[in-house]
Design a protein around this ligand. Sequence first.
Ligand SMILES: NC(=O)OP(=O)(O)O
Length: 261
Amino acid sequence: MSMIFAKPSMRTRVSFETGFSLLGGHAIYLGPDDIQMGKREETRDAARVLCRYNDIIMARVFGHQDILDLAKFATVPVINGLTDYNHPCQIMADALTIIEHVGRLEGTKVVYVGDGNNIVHSWLLMASVIPFHFVCACPKGFEPDKETVEKARKAGISKIEITNDPKEVVQGADVVYSDVWASMGQKEEAAYRKQAFQGFQVDEFLMKLAGPKAYFMHCLPAERGVEVTEGVIEAPYSIVFPQAENRMHAQNAIMLHALGL
Ligand SMILES: NC(=O)OP(=O)(O)O
């Protein structure tokens, strides 16, 4: 497997590399300077070369079009390891974690608090195929992509709510979910975002409002004291580390499925 990383990673790289090795394969890491997709090499050329050496490609890229182009031009399966638009492997691991802790994903209430980013888009796409109650509480101006929200609503499978007040919607949550306020490629906006996201920190008060059955989840890496308090991420109801572990188990299943094994 070739693993193309245009962005930094710990979980995605190590879970894919270790997981593929456990399945009997060999993974090759290609960092940002190796291919320089779109600069040194066109994406469609990288796709057509790599598939002549490898049985599968995994890629973490900036623009979503890059993953679509890799999939279009490669003759082997291409797995999305995160784009600016979505992060499907993360949400597959999250679903597995919810099934392990709550007993099911169907019918649960998942309340995401923060930026309407690629994680939210993948949650919305999951809500298009599995019935549950998904709520995204984000500041005004940081809502998820309208078309993706519409697609999830049109699927008519799940209850979808987009709101600007986490306190109003958190009660009865099975999961309260958080992510960094400034993702990769937005670090220059970090100070501005910290201001804009005031009131969207997941703290002990919000978890109390959620109720006694609520678990806390975060895709990591986390900035303690920013989007989540130290007390919440270290609480017994925090399942962020089983969640991180499940990246590998979920991806192993994805790789076996993609390879038809
Ligand atoms: N959650 C996640 O994708 O982590 P990495 O950026 O470390 O891969």
